[in-house]
Design a protein around this ligand. Structure first.
Ligand SMILES: [Zn+2]
Length: 64
């Protein structure tokens, strides 16, 4: 009997950034040293600092 040994599903860690002033929100791949509420980058709309709002894992496999 042969068994399919499925390897781990590829996952990517996503960091969600939000502007302190407006409702601008952006996602980017997680970088080492990221943590929630860290200030990272500036808003393209008003130049305000962006803070890390959340970090989550996202599966790369999308089935439609
Ligand atoms: Zn903004």
């Amino acid at each position: 009997m042969s068994q399919m040994n499925q390897s781990q599903q590829p996952k990517t860690i996503i960091t969600v950034l939000k502007c302190l002033k407006c409702s601008y929100m952006v996602e980017r791949p997680f970088k080492e040293g990221d943590f929630v509420l860290k200030i990272d980058g500036t808003c393209p709309n008003d130049g305000s600092p962006l803070y890390i709002w959340g970090i989550y894992a996202k599966s790369l496999v999308e089935k439609k």
